[in-house]
Design a binder for this molecule. Structure first.
Ligand code: ADP
Ligand code: MG
Length: 637
């Protein structure tokens, strides 16, 4: 494109459309977004300035990066600078940078389509949630300018090119691009001019603008000058120093928070800030944040641990996946002098130095999380609430980190109440003869707490971990155990808790177990198609029946998850356990003896359906179930 644009330069009348002014329609989603922006009632309109300033600073960083490998550009890459100028008479606010600029093609793709994932996510969320009080959470991007302007012009010149362009739009479905005489264009970079709308007078005021910049952009990587009125001297309102290069003792908490907000595009307070310099074989500086709120795309499969990687303060990559996926909620900046600059980004990503730095950072982050967990348990509880389900992925994916993760992991359990428990707590509370750490996995905490499968454990004072994250079904099978105790599902195999004494207040059955041998074999025959076995239970105290997985094979919840993913074969038949002290069972055993198997067939099926419903499943045959239950009710009186 570079060559084309230069070759037609000056030939304004040429047939080549590239040299003439042209009109373009916005991509459909942009048009929708603009419609929202122009009619916006958002209170957070000032985010537009954050977006423009961050684009300007990005452009400066891009030029510095390109200049590394291009001498011609190196000559153009002056010290980065962003200038905001106000003009009350013309009602304009302009943001000028000396960054990389845009070619004609770049203008079309950058300012005519939705290239930015934050903007895309914002649109998706808007589709679902009409109350858009959350605009500030998103990097809504360039188009936010139309919240305050009814006309926007972008004059730009791509570094290294001879042709400049003027992009303009009223934000109403179309935009125009025309060649711009060089004397009207910025010598290097981009000038964005907003013709402010009648509701946006406040942004013509120097103090107001300065405040917005300090609040949202104080930690930006380029210095920012303000020209409050035409002819006035520029005044520096942000220094643009790379925060991480300064000694910790000189940085205030507010500066860290500002920097985090700039980096993440989120407005929350970070929950953890770690800033350190590593010396030794490779030297590097890290500034790392654990967010105080969940990023909107935490579970987006495309989300990686976005790290900004600098080499001697030149930004090499803004989204390098340096950390493992289970730390993808972190925001980090890494600056190292030991990474070779003369290789491509892809090579940098694969370089062993970067790999080693990433590992070392993960180790340090785990240490910091441990420290926080010990020093400020409440604060850590919040971190765990937000990111525990992501951190737990590490238990499955990164065996070498398992022990460290177990130290910080928090769980709900039959003893946790509203709080959480650590595995250390669990092991300290083991009952005599207890040989395993018991757990129950599911997707609904309320149902987990009410599960029949844990009744016998409760009666013996044996704690059961209640795990309701999708990832839980997986790590419990790959983790070997904790403190020498294996993890064991309470829904799998025979409950081996007979040797553990009942606790005093447990409802010890005054009735001896009934003789249910006949009932068990009748059930086995009647329900053989649906269950692998039927047996008397040691784990039930209050409920009549429950389903468990056979001794070998998968836990019930894992089988269910695998079945959902189409792996039907993995879903073996469950075992039906029967509480031989329960009056419903005693009654059925009696009825069986009196009336025979066929006459009690419906009741036998009801028992199975009962167990299924308690597990959150549907009855085998909903219509038959309804009929059987209705008959049972009819016979009641
Ligand atoms: P994002 O910055 O997240 O990519 P934006 O909507 O803010 O999304 O900007 C879209 C694109 O427009 C940027 O990626 C960049 O390519 C281009 N752009 C915007 N402002 C500038 C600028 N001042 N200089 C160079 N390119 C810019
Ligand atoms: Mg942007």
């Amino acid at each position: 494109m570079t060559d084309d644009a230069t070759s037609v330069e000056g030939a304004a009348e040429a047939a080549d459309p590239q040299s003439a002014a042209a009109n373009f329609g916005f991509e459909a989603d942009v048009a929708r977004l603009l419609e929202l922006m122009t009619h916006s009632v958002y209170s957070e309109r000032d985010v537009f300035l954050r977006e423009l300033v961050s684009n300007a600073a990005d452009a400066c960083e891009k030029l510095r990066y390109e200049a590394l490998s291009d001498e011609k550009l190196a000559a153009q890459a002056a010290a980065p600078l962003v200038t905001i100028a106000l003009d009350k008479d013309k009602r304009t606010l302009t943001v000028t940078d000396n960054g990389v600029g845009m070619s004609r093609e770049e203008l079309i793709s950058a300012l005519g389509t939705i290239a930015n994932s934050g903007t895309r996510a914002f649109l998706d969320k808007l589709g679902k949630d009409k109350d858009a009080g959350f605009i500030g959470q998103f990097g809504v991007g360039f188009y936010s300018a139309f919240m305050v302007a009814d006309r926007v012009e972008v004059a730009t010149r791509r570094a290294g090119e001879e042709q400049a362009w003027l992009w303009r739009s009223e934000g109403k479905g179309s935009y125009q691009i025309a060649p711009l005489p060089l004397e009207e264009a910025p010598a290097v970079g981009t000038r964005v001019t907003l013709h402010l709308n009648s509701e946006s007078d406040e942004f013509l005021d120097g103090w107001r603008v300065e405040n917005v910049v300090r609040e949202h952009s104080g930690a930006i990587a380029a210095p920012i000058d303000l020209i409050a009125a035409p002819g006035e001297e520029p005044r520096r309102i942000a220094e643009g120093v790379a925060l991480w290069t300064r000694p910790k003792s000189e940085i205030t908490h507010e500066q860290y928070v500002d920097f985090y907000r700039q980096l993440s595009g989120q407005l929350d307070e970070p929950a953890l800030i770690a800033h350190w310099r590593a010396e030794g074989r490779t030297e590097y500086t890290v500034l790392a944040f654990v967010p105080g709120a969940r990023p909107f795309d935490l579970f987006d499969p495309a989300r990686t641990s976005k790290s900004k990687l600098y080499v001697r303060r030149v930004l090499i990559s803004r989204d390098m996946a340096m950390l493992p996926a289970w730390l993808r909620f972190m925001r980090i900046v890494v600056d190292s002098a030991d990474i070779p600059l003369n290789v491509s980004r892809e090579m940098v990503q694969k370089s062993p130095v970067v790999g080693a730095i990433g590992k070392a950072i993960a180790t340090r982050v785990l240490q910091e999380l441990k420290k926080l967990a010990n020093a400020e348990p409440e604060k850590f509880a919040e971190v765990w609430k937000n990111f525990g389900s992501v951190l737990k992925e590490g238990l499955h994916e990164d065996p070498s980190r398992r022990d460290d993760l177990f130290e910080i992991a928090r769980f709900a359990s039959t003893k946790s109440g509203e709080k959480t428990r650590t595995l250390k707590d669990y092991v300290a509370d083991l009952r005599e003869n207890q040989t395993a750490i018991y757990y129950l996995v599911g997707d609904d905490m309320k149902r987990l707490r009410a599960s029949p499968q844990i009744e016998g454990f409760r009666a013996r004072g044996v704690e059961v971990l209640l795990l309701d994250d999708a990832v839980d079904a997986f790590w419990v099978t790959s983790a070997l155990g904790f403190d020498g105790k294996p993890f064991k599902s309470v829904t799998q195999g025979q409950a081996d808790i007979d040797s553990i004494a009942l606790v005093d207040d447990a409802k010890t059955a005054d009735t001896a177990p009934a003789d249910v041998a006949d009932l068990l074999s009748a059930l086995k025959e009647t329900l053989g198609e649906y269950v692998d076995d039927v047996r008397a239970s040691t784990r039930l105290t209050d409920s009549a029946v429950c389903l468990v997985a056979p001794d070998t094979g998968f836990d019930r919840q894992l089988s269910r998850l695998l079945a959902e993913h189409g792996q039907q074969a993995a879903f073996g038949k469950p075992v039906l356990e029967v509480n031989s002290r329960h009056e419903a069972i005693v009654a059925l055993a009696t009825a069986l003896r009196a009336k025979g198997r066929d006459a009690t067939r419906d009741d036998q099926f009801l028992l199975l359906d009962l167990a299924r419903v308690a597990d959150g499943e549907h009855p085998i045959d909903a219509a038959a179930f309804a009929k059987r239950l209705a008959t049972l009710l009819a016979n009641k009186g």
